[in-house]
Design a protein around this ligand. Structure first.
Ligand code: GLA
Length: 531
């Protein structure tokens, strides 16, 4: 869910949600007084359910619920989110939607809710214009049903501050000399990820040749966790009956395997996190054979407020991973807060996200945003990667040209390339984009340089990245809505006139002269390798 931690971070992509008019604006405009009938329509117990399977109960995380009662002519109650309670205040009922505030930490004002005509479901929007707005679907349940669901749900512990270690530089082992490439379950499966789908993705990586093209990590994101046993050991949920067997299966195919947890007691989607169990969980992950951990701030933001605290919580897991003796790539996911590039290595991290979730909201906006928000290039290098988030290539919502631009930008920015699409139904055109060897070579270049923008005119920009063999990758980007003729003048970029220039997407040489002019489509990119 974009609504991380509950509301800990600025997710730029989620801003688009509010902007895209998903909040019922009509609710704000209405001033008709509450009618008893309108109030009665929302009173009761509501369980947040997956939109695609609204009749199911929560798949395995902590249930999210609304308990609403009518008292003294207004609605009172609680929003229970991932284990935290937010009392509801200032409920204003209107014929076409309701507005309310959530008190608690942090408070949220002017939230919206609208019951469906049959009274069975309610659409609810929580968040704000700064942190992003997440739409939830809730289904009416009885108080008895809700109590039973809550009783059987995982119970996180350690929901308050724990002692912090003194900061120290753990140092980082060079386990990711070039930006990691692979596949992650979140963008396509979300909580529905299971053993079968992960095995299937590993099979496709092998069969399609993507493994040999460089995609090595298969990562299980949020939604695998079950409960802790009496000794505190975390077990997978029913969708993962044999975690060790799954990891062995993937390893046997020449791939590496990643897993996901949170420094908070609860993950972003309400599954059990590692707070207070770091050493134990690191041992469990190592014993299962995992090679990467994505560690997502989420509910830690309900407990900790400062950079020092955040760094300490990441340091605890970094040290725990190192203590296992297993080579585990440590992937920090805290949305680029607190200048993470300047301390990611010190806590043992190999890569760190530079922003919110690309998959939430308008996809072109999420790609376009990264032109200006890629982390500091000076922080990047072997085992220190600014992570622009998982790929949207192959996901509906972008044109083929936009896919190429997205891929080119991530490559130039030396970001990890973690596919997020369903590989089983990948079209040949999508495969051609993610498996282009010349383009991959730029991303995987062993010099580990993060490219930079070197020229900009209106919506067009040129990026350059020095490569290990002395050649230079140069990308021409057109962020504008109309095609543009763009010229690379090598000398004005401070480069010698090249002897050879290869257009990597077209896999063809182009004239090696003092300058090169090319038509770049709207939202398009041209990637050249000049030597
Ligand atoms: C956050 C992360 C996502 C994903 C989800 C899982 O939103 O940024 O990449 O891991 O949590 O809940």
């Amino acid at each position: 869910m974009a609504l991380r931690n509950v509301f800990g971070a600025i997710g730029i992509a989620t801003l688009a949600l509010a902007g895209a008019g998903l909040m019922p604006a009509a609710a704000a405009a209405q001033t008709a007084p509450a009618t008893p009938a309108a109030l009665a329509g929302v009173a009761g117990d509501w369980l947040v359910v997956p939109r695609r399977t609204p009749d199911s109960i929560a798949i395995g995380g902590i249930p999210r619920s609304f308990r609403l009662t009518v008292e003294g002519g207004t609605v009172k109650g609680l929003f229970r989110f991932n284990g935290w309670d937010y009392p509801i205040a200032n409920w204003v009922a209107r014929p076409d939607g309701h507005a309310f505030d959530l008190t608690g930490k942090p408070p949220f004002v002017k939230m919206r809710a609208r019951a469906t005509a049959d009274g069975r479901f309610m659409d609810i929007w929580i968040g704000d214009e700064v942190v992003g707005v997440a739409p939830f679907l809730a289904r009416r349940v009885t108080a008895t049903e809700l109590a039973a669901i809550e009783r059987s749900a995982p119970r996180p512990d350690n929901m308050t501050k724990l002692p912090l270690p003194a900061p120290r530089d753990l140092g980082v082992r060079n386990l990711a000399p070039v930006p990691p490439m692979g596949w992650n379950s979140w963008n396509v499966f979300r909580e529905a990820v299971d053993d079968r789908s992960v095995r299937a993705m590993a099979d496709v990586l092998v069969r399609s040749g993507l493994r040999d093209a460089g995609y090595r990590y298969v990562t299980i994101d949020d939604g695998w966790q079950g409960q802790r046993d009496a000794a505190g050991v975390l077990h997978p949920n029913a969708k993962f009956p044999d975690m060790k067997g799954l990891v062995d299966y993937i390893h046997a195919r020449g791939l590496k395997v990643g897993i996901y947890s949170s420094p908070g007691p609860v993950t972003c989607t309400g599954y059990v996190g590692s707070h207070g169990h770091e050493a134990q969980d690191a041992k469990t992950f190592a014993a299962w054979g995992f090679d990467l951990l994505k560690y997502d701030w989420c509910s830690a933001g309900n407990i900790y407020d400062t950079r020092v605290e955040m760094q300490a919580r990441y340091q605890i897991m970094g040290a725990a991973l190192q203590a296992t003796g297993r080579d585990i790539v440590y992937s920090l996911c805290q949305y680029g807060l607190y200048d993470v590039g300047s301390w990611g290595n010190a806590v043992g991290g190999h890569m760190w996200r530079t922003g919110g979730d690309s998959i939430e909201g308008d996809l072109w906006h999420a790609v376009d945003y990264r032109f200006d928000h890629n982390g500091d290039a000076r922080d990047a290098g072997p085992s220190a990667w600014n992570d622009a988030d998982m790929m949207l290539v192959g996901i509906d919502g972008l044109t083929p040209e936009e896919y190429r631009t997205h891929y080119t930008l991530w490559t130039m920015a030396a970001s990890p390339i973690i596919l997020g699409n369903d590989l089983r139904v990948m079209t040949p055109a999508v495969k051609a984009i993610v498996a282009n060897p010349g383009v991959i070579a730029v991303g995987q270049d062993r010099a580990g340089v993060q490219g930079r923008r070197v020229a900009q005119a209106g919506a067009t920009e040129i990026w350059s990245k020095r490569l290990a063999d002395g050649s230079t990758a140069v990308a021409l980007f057109n962020r504008g809505a109309a095609p543009a003729a763009m010229t690379v003048d090598w000398r004005s970029l401070g480069l010698p006139v090249p002897k050879r220039v290869r257009d990597l997407w077209h896999d063809a040489d182009v004239p090696a002269a003092a300058d090169y002019t090319v038509q770049v489509p709207r939202h398009g990119a041209v990637l050249l390798r000049a030597s």
